[in-house]
Design a protein around this ligand. Structure first.
Ligand code: FES
Ligand code: FES
Length: 158
């Protein structure tokens, strides 16, 4: 029998003893009830299933849970406890950047991945950083403005 797969999930030591070939997306939603991780396409195209794995933005639909052994996984459920989330949340609210909301958990984690590398990005860098995340509602401009505002308002957080 295979050893259980061990990882940190939002700061909690977690052990998964199911099939290592299961999609991380399905495991996060079905086993750990991390329903901020959305299932859009299951083909790596939409970014709705984005999570941070060791700080990198990853489409969890394209990852077998067996490959995250020893990794640190953050979903929006964990990230929303941070000051950085508070800055992004305020900025998204003040620019009305969320409409249906389906893409927003992934967008927020994409913004975190971007700002942790580039604390004061240009518009082009923001658009590039969000380019793997699709939004069917907003036309993107409000989301780009939100990230710009968070970068300004959250000075020192990233
Ligand atoms: S559900 Fe993973 S990229 Fe669309
Ligand atoms: S707000 Fe609806 S998909 Fe982005």
């Amino acid at each position: 029998m295979m050893d259980a797969i061990q990882f940190q999930l939002n700061g909690t030591k977690t052990s998964y003893s199911g099939d290592a070939a299961n999609r991380l997306l399905d495991v996060l939603r079905d086993t750990y009830e991390m329903t901020s991780v959305k299932c859009g396409c299951k083909e790596g195209e939409c970014g709705a299933c984005s999570v941070l794995i060791d700080g990198m933005l990853i489409n969890s639909c394209c990852v077998a849970v067996g490959s995250v052994d020893g990794c640190n996984i953050v979903t929006l459920e964990g990230y929303r406890e941070t000051k950085r989330f508070a800055a992004l949340n305020k900025a998204f609210a003040s620019t009305a950047a969320a409409q249906c909301g389906f893409c927003i958990p992934g967008m927020v984690l994409a913004a975190e991945a971007l700002l942790s590398k580039i604390p004061h990005p240009t518009e082009a860098q923001i658009r590039d950083g969000l380019s793997g995340n699709l939004c069917r509602c907003t036309g993107y401009n409000a989301i780009v403005n939100a990230v710009h505002l968070a970068a300004k308002g959250g000075n020192g957080l990233w």
